[in-house]
Every structure is written in structure tokens, then in C-alpha cells.
Design a binder for this molecule. Structure first.
Ligand SMILES: Cc1cc2nc3c(=O)[nH]c(=O)nc-3n(C[C@H](O)[C@H](O)[C@H](O)COP(=O)(O)O)c2cc1C
Length: 198
């Protein structure tokens, strides 16, 4: 059982994450997601697509061909970093990733993705492929058109949900009167809090 101050922090984070899911301009709407490529940490910005404290996970979407998915398949440990300069709150989640591909979760998500976002998954190249020429291949009179059903189905084949199951959350609130830092530990149904030196 969390003591009162930890419960307040939990409630605050829950509210901020809910707002981030509703508002694309919210500072927590995007975050830095880290994987490990052999010994080397790799970071990239991704969009928050789902968050659940009850089930201790957060989601982002990606392309199965991307290096991050390949890295997570080899080593599923992740770190995810959020910062809001308005709130002066940094959140660092750690845990293990699960990749969903062509299952009931991805099917449901795909239905709510806008046609322009679906386009991201339909490119002939794998994300991060080396390209000799790119801009010169875009016709000047290029006009965006919604993808056909066939194109959309092809995009779905590349679409994955990266589910980040967190077991640890490092919370840091910057304050003039003294910074506040704690760690929330998630173990099965239990959540425990410990105070840390900021
Ligand atoms: C604001 C912003 C949001 C992004 N959101 C995503 C995202 O949700 N999923 C994704 O795969 N890439 C996203 N990207 C691109 C990644 O940061 C990254 O460049 C790309 O996915 C290739 O990463 P990788 O080579 O590590 O796999 C985003 C980039 C920016 C700048």
C-alpha cells in the first residue's frame, strides 16, 4: 500500500499521462525511448499511444523493419524518459518491451490510425535504410492521397505496437525549496515507493 505522498505523486502522473494522450501538444506526448544495440545505448523520440498504471505499461507504435524493433528482439530492456518544463517533472520508466505484430491489439489500433500516419508504414524502404537520393525522387506536384485498401493492408504488415512493461519509475520534481525524488516499484499488483536523494 502506498503512503499518502506517494499516492499523490501516482495520481499526478496518472493525470498528466491522461492529458498527454488527449492532447498532441502536451510535453509528455513524446518521449525518448532507449534500447541497447549490443553494448551501445540508442535513443529516439516516439509518440505516447497508451498508458496504464493499473497494468504498468506504456505503448508507442513503430515499423517492424526499424532498427529499434530488431534491437528489442535481441534485448528487450528499455528506458523511457519524459520531461515537462511546465511541471518541472522528469519521469524515467525502466522495464521490458513486448512487441505486438498482427494480433488483436495491432488490429484494433490500426483502425484508429489516420491515413497519413498509415503512409509511414507503406514505404518500400526499411526505416533507417541508407538512401543515396531521396528528395529528388519526390515529384514537385506531389499531392497526398488516402491509401487504397491494398496499400493500407501492406502497411499493416509492417505495423507494430511496442508495449513497454515498466517495473520501475524514477520521479524527479524540481523545486526552489528543494528537489523531490522517489522511485515507484511495480511488482505484480503491488506498488512500493522509496525516497531518493535528488
Ligand atoms: C516528434 C517525433 C516523434 C516520433 N515518433 C515516432 C514513433 O512514434 N514511432 C517511431 O517508430 N518513430 C518515431 N519517430 C522517429 C524516431 O525518432 C526515429 O528517428 C525512427 O523511428 C528510427 O529509429 P530507429 O532507427 O532507432 O529504429 C519520431 C520522431 C520525432 C522527431
Amino acid at each position: 500500500m502506498l503512503e499518502r505522498e506517494f499516492q499523490e505523486i501516482y495520481g499526478k502522473i496518472n493525470l498528466l499521462m491522461k492529458k498527454a494522450l488527449e492532447n498532441s501538444a502536451h510535453p509528455y506526448r513524446t518521449f525518448s525511448l532507449a534500447s541497447l544495440d549490443k553494448e551501445m545505448p540508442k535513443l529516439r523520440t516516439v509518440v505516447l499511444r497508451e498508458f496504464s498504471f493499473e497494468n504498468s505499461f506504456l505503448d508507442c507504435h513503430s515499423d517492424i523493419r526499424s532498427p529499434k524493433v530488431i534491437e528489442f528482439k535481441k534485448n528487450n530492456k528499455f528506458s523511457a524518459l519524459f520531461y515537462s518544463s511546465e511541471e518541472k517533472i522528469q519521469l524515467r520508466f525502466n522495464g521490458k518491451v513486448e512487441i505486438f505484430h498482427n494480433n488483436s491489439i495491432t488490429k484494433k489500433r490500426w483502425k484508429f490510425i489516420t491515413p497519413s500516419s498509415k503512409r509511414c508504414y507503406m514505404g518500400p524502404f526499411s526505416p533507417s535504410d541508407h538512401l543515396e537520393e531521396y528528395h529528388s525522387n519526390i515529384p514537385e506536384n506531389f499531392k497526398f492521397e488516402n491509401p487504397s485498401k491494398k496499400e493500407s493492408d501492406r502497411g499493416y504488415e509492417n505495423f507494430v505496437v511496442i508495449r513497454c512493461h515498466f517495473d520501475e519509475l524514477d520521479y524527479l520534481k524540481l523545486k526552489y525549496s528543494g528537489h523531490l525524488r522517489c522511485k515507484l516499484l511495480f511488482e505484480n499488483e503491488n506498488i512500493n515507493g522509496v525516497w531518493l536523494a535528488p
